[in-house]
Write a protein that binds this ligand. Sequence first.
Ligand code: DC
Length: 212
Amino acid sequence: MIIAIDGPAASGKGTLGKRLAAHYGLRHLDTGLIYRAVAKAVLDRGARPDDPVAAVSAARALDPSSFDEATLKTHAVGEAASIVSAIPELRAVLVDFQRDFAAQPPGAVLDGRDIGTVICPDADVKIYVTAAPEARARRRVAEYKAQGRDIDEATVLADIHKRDKRDSNRAAAPLRQAADAHLLDTTHLGIDATIRAAIDIVEAVRAGRGRG
Ligand code: DC
């Protein structure tokens, strides 16, 4: 089974992906980490995040087994990732790795921006997870607080608006809900209720398929 999860920044899709994968015994790929790793490698080389040559060469040298989430999940790397990810040549280089990952048995949960639309258009289940920007900003601030960082909510909200705009308006594989994706709005849901709602979606799709 392949489950595609897409959604905007701080929508909770990473946590959802991890928990769904554990529930169904599937592998999990947080595709945002790939773009973050490319962005970090580009910055480390002193290149600009909108430089296609630097981005493609960083992508070719990527070793996903050595990803360090703590260094990739910073705000600065996320911003740079949003910029590098608009480069079509970079996205093209990363397609095969993501599709190969999805194709390995017993299947996988992939989360990102273009999983249901571009990477796995034939995924068994597609979930588009979203939440009001204010709710996402509040969750991000709580995460930062847990890491001992005090960041003002208005600043985080402004960043979220900026990131949504950039990820949705780019020409290459923009953030979009696939026509056959199930919408999961988590504005008023905690993490456990979100997982339960997602499992309900997966089970409903499986039951529907069984009847067909
Ligand atoms: O989900 P995230 O915040 O870790 O993603 C960081 C950036 O990477 C995001 O702003 C857009 C980009 N991205 C993408 O373009 N396509 C994906 N499948 C995943 C992430």
